[in-house]
Design a protein around this ligand. Structure first.
Ligand SMILES: Cc1cc2nc3c(=O)[nH]c(=O)nc-3n(C[C@H](O)[C@H](O)[C@H](O)COP(=O)(O)OP(=O)(O)OC[C@H]3O[C@@H](n4cnc5c(N)ncnc54)[C@H](O)[C@@H]3O)c2cc1C
Length: 360
């Protein structure tokens, strides 16, 4: 009898094991035959990644094998390369048939495939920082700013230079938050160069040239420019007409890919007009979980939940105790955003959401 029930389960294939994909895989694992396809065999909590570069033991908490929180999911550690109306094809030659498909390939990363390789990478980045007297950070978005903050606070004796192509830091938030961030970095003796880029080709003896002809001397550099969207693999597939001109997946109010009944899109890859933030990617996952649970049990499409954009906020940590936060009606910086985010960087909370011990 148990076998009969098993055979009746529909298959849900989820592509992308980041913030949105890992959450929906976990929440559907006992409702369907779930397959998670991810380029790597672990989930990494993105908002803890810069702390992990200055404190390698932190990396142990943010790099989590998919198998540690997904007990009833088939995990396929390979890159999805094609999708048809019925299956997803992976780089290692597998064809995964689906009744429902969820695309959550937010941003493409070049992380190594295994957790232990990723942890070694964090150790070498830590050694690189520790042994350098001067460090160049290229890119003034959240990654570059948070890295500069971590280094400035944990290694105050090091000379940190941050170069950003735009005319203000953190362009995804308002100008007030950018200014507060700039003031904080300057107060920590980080040199910030705006409106210029750095040529990273042919750097000799630690001498870097900027597009404005300035010279920066640094023992090492970190490239913190944005990652490409993870939708290039869809461009020659049945979903090619579902991408907008920026390569984002066009979804309807139920987070279904436009005009398709059984394919959903969640997270940063979608064309929803809102900030691309992990807590919103998680909200998408919860709406699609609801809709899929309904459809998997034969519920009516007319009963599906709609995704509503709401008020947006962003908190960027500045070292271990401070931060800058943009809420709908105000921007604040200092210890209050620091208290909300910068101590543990929501890592314990995120681990708990995945059913794991928050501490280890
Ligand atoms: C430094 C930093 C700090 C941040 N801080 C916060 C914060 O405090 N709060 C917040 O809400 N948000 C924060 N964010 C933003 C947040 O991380 C993103 O919005 C979130 O990760 C988006 O989730 P996602 O699941 O859509 O995509 P991602 O998390 O980018 O996951 C995509 C996954 O898909 C995989 N993938 C891509 N292409 C393929 C393919 N073809 N085949 C198989 N797998 C593939 C990738 O390997 C990855 O695992 C921060 C981001 C950064 C970089």
């Amino acid at each position: 009898m148990a076998g009969v029930i098993e055979n009746q389960k529909k298959s849900v294939v989820i592509v992308g094991g980041g913030v949105a994909g890992s959450l929906i895989a976990r929440s559907l694992q006992f409702s369907a035959d779930v397959v998670l396809i991810d380029q790597k065999d672990y989930f990494e909590i993105p908002w803890g990644s810069l702390r992990a570069m200055v404190e390698p033991s932190f990396a142990e908490r943010i790099v989590i094998n998919h198998s540690d929180y997904l007990t009833n999911v088939r995990i396929v550690a390979s890159t999805a390369t094609n999708v048809t109306e019925t299956e997803v094809i992976t780089a290692d030659g597998q064809s995964l048939a689906y009744d429902y498909l969820v695309i959550a390939t937010g941003h493409k990363d070049s992380f190594p495939r295994t957790r232990s390789e990723r942890l070694s990478q964090y150790k070498s980045e830590f050694e690189k920082i520790k042994s350098a007297d001067s460090i160049l950070i290229v890119g003034g978005g959240p990654t570059g700013v948070e890295l500069a903050g971590e280094i400035a606070v944990d290694f105050p004796g090091k000379k940190v230079t941050l170069v950003h192509r735009g005319n203000r830091l953190l362009e995804f938030v308002g100008p007030k938050a950018s200014q507060k961030t700039l003031d904080w970095l300057i107060s920590k003796k980080v040199e910030v160069l705006l409106d210029q880029s750095v040529n990273l080709d042919g750097v000799a003896d630690g001498v870097y040239q900027t597009s404005r002809g300035e010279t920066i001397k640094a023992d090492c550099h970190f490239l913190c420019t944005g990652k490409p969207l993870g939708s290039s693999w869809l461009k020659e597939t049945v979903l090619k007409n579902s991408l907008d001109t920026n390569g984002r997946l066009v979804v309807d109010e139920y987070l279904r890919v436009r005009d398709l009944q059984n394919i959903f899109g969640i997270g940063d890859i979608t064309d929803i007009k809102e900030m691309k933030q992990g807590y919103l990617a998680q909200k998408h996952a919860l709406v699609v979980r609801k809709n899929l649970k309904l459809l998997l049990t034969g519920g009516k499409e007319s009963k599906m939940a709609k995704y509503k954009t709401g008020s947006e906020m962003a908190i960027v940590s500045l070292g271990r105790k401070e931060g800058v936060a943009q809420f709908p009606f105000m921007t604040i910086s200092g210890c209050i955003p620091g208290k909300i985010k910068s101590g543990d960087l929501f890592v314990g909370k995120t681990r708990k959401e995945l059913g794991l011990n928050p501490d280890h």
